[in-house]
Design a protein around this ligand. Structure first.
Ligand SMILES: [Fe+2]
Length: 432
């Protein structure tokens, strides 16, 4: 019973903090900013605010008898891809809807916050219901990160964050390739707090001995591939990737542009020269795989990545994070609450390194792995249409980025995207 009420107080605290964080991300926007969709892959801020609130209604509809949704019109617009709740609105037309209005979406946001707060404070919740509300909080964290990607695309340095901290100074180190002994590894989430269905069950995998980079690949390293004609030679590319870069005329990571012989990028820090010591960001799986081929290396599998991050060979234990089991703080990793609004240079987080000496596995950039996204052996779905309907044509990324809220990341977390997507904060490290 004590555990149940402890869980409930964690739930209420996380819920309040998460709702407040969502509002803080949009607090400095102009009203006009809320409605605009600048690319088919992004969503207007208004939609994110409404959608995370609508998902609270979804959870209430699963846990309250005869629950009635607030509005049919809202449900149609705010449904992302859940066919069980009717035909979703077209994703690439979210920016064409002037109804519900921004004011109505804010009103709806607060209404749902109050409704759920009331439930969390006053109702007895069984474990299954608590898990569903934890899922809704984690879902909102995922949308906070998507909102950050979208704000970069929409506004770049015209976005005025409520909090912006100075970039920390790195104690720069040369990247090395770390040897890791193979053998049986038990993969998956080992803790007793919330995790997604796709992180379970823990299961054995056999790994050969392997090597993995101590840091993510930097802009300086990636630029060598670009300047060596990496985007002009089919021999480095998967067939689909080669077609993609030909059709889209890609010649560098997203947001890169060559001006007067100088590679520039455009992000929350403005239009500026690329920092050679930042991890490379905004690369697709195809680009990560091509770089590896050019470098005579390969991407790690997700099991190799997780073992390098979370296994302590000396103590023979697996930890939740590379540095141990303590929750992340800004000395461990660059996550959303560091509020740097950019990657930090490699070598910035010695306190966050893993037992094996791998740095920045949590935070900065998501890292592509070579693993196809699918269920672990004996996988059981936790929530219909959330994760498992994406078990095809996606690759797993690990570790979180500078846009990931800290309560929502752990070593076992599995993100997934299509192989050609790169508007997320995505990078990689190599293995051998
Ligand atoms: Fe969603």
């Amino acid at each position: 019973m004590a555990t149940v009420s402890r869980q409930k107080s964690i739930l209420l605290k996380q819920f309040n903090e998460t709702r407040a964080r969502t509002l803080s991300l949009v607090q400095t926007l102009e009203k006009d900013d809320f409605v605009v969709q600048t690319a088919p892959f992004m969503s207007p801020p208004k939609w994110h605010l409404g959608h995370v609130s609508w998902l609270l209604e979804v959870v209430m509809s699963k846990t309250i008898n005869n629950y009635e949704f607030y509005s049919q019109e809202f449900s149609e617009y705010l449904n992302s891809y859940y066919h069980q709740f009717g035909e979703p609105h077209d994703k690439d037309k979210r920016g064409l809807a002037t109804r519900p209005t921004v004011d109505q979406v804010f009103e709806y946001f607060h209404m749902m916050t109050n409704k759920v707060t009331n439930i969390l404070q006053n109702e007895m919740l069984d474990e299954k219901t608590q898990q569903l509300f934890f899922m809704a909080i984690n879902h909102e964290c995922q949308h906070q990160e998507l909102l950050v990607y979208d704000l970069q695309h929409l506004l770049a340095d015209r976005y005025r964050p409520l909090t912006k901290n100075p970039l920390p100074t790195p104690s720069l180190q040369e990247s090395t390739s770390i040897k890791i002994n193979g053998g049986l590894y038990i993969m998956g989430y080992p803790g007793d707090q919330f995790c997604y269905d796709i992180e379970l069950p823990e299961h054995k995998v056999y790994l050969d001995d392997y090597k993995i980079d101590s840091y993510p690949i930097t802009n300086k390293q990636y630029m060598k591939f670009v300047e060596d004609g990496g985007y002009d030679d089919f021999k480095y590319w998967l067939s689909d990737g080669w077609d993609k870069i030909q059709n889209e005329k890609w010649n560098a990571p997203m947001y890169w542009e060559k001006i007067d012989g100088q590679w520039m990028t455009c992000d929350f820090l403005g239009k500026r020269k690329i920092n050679p010591n930042d991890p490379v960001c905004h690369v697709s799986y195809y680009e990560a795989a091509a770089y590896c081929k050019w470098a005579n290396k390969r991407l790690p599998t997700e099991a190799e990545w997780e073992k390098a991050a979370c296994w302590n060979e000396k103590k023979q234990i697996k930890t939740i994070f590379p540095w141990g089991n303590e929750s992340p703080d800004p000395l461990h990793a660059n996550l959303l609450e560091s509020y740097l609004w950019n990657c930090s240079e490699i070598g910035t987080y010695p306190n966050g390194k893993s037992h094996y000496g791998c740095h920045q596995m949590i935070g900065d950039v998501w890292e592509w792995t070579s693993t196809e996204f699918s269920g672990y052996p004996k996988f059981k779905t936790g929530f219909s249409e959330y994760n498992d309907k994406w078990f095809a044509n996606q690759k797993v990324l690990r570790g979180g980025s500078f846009g990931t809220p800290s309560i929502s990341i752990r070593g076992s977390y599995r993100n997934f995207f299509r192989l050609d997507e790169r508007w997320l904060f995505s990078g990689f490290r190599c293995a051998e």
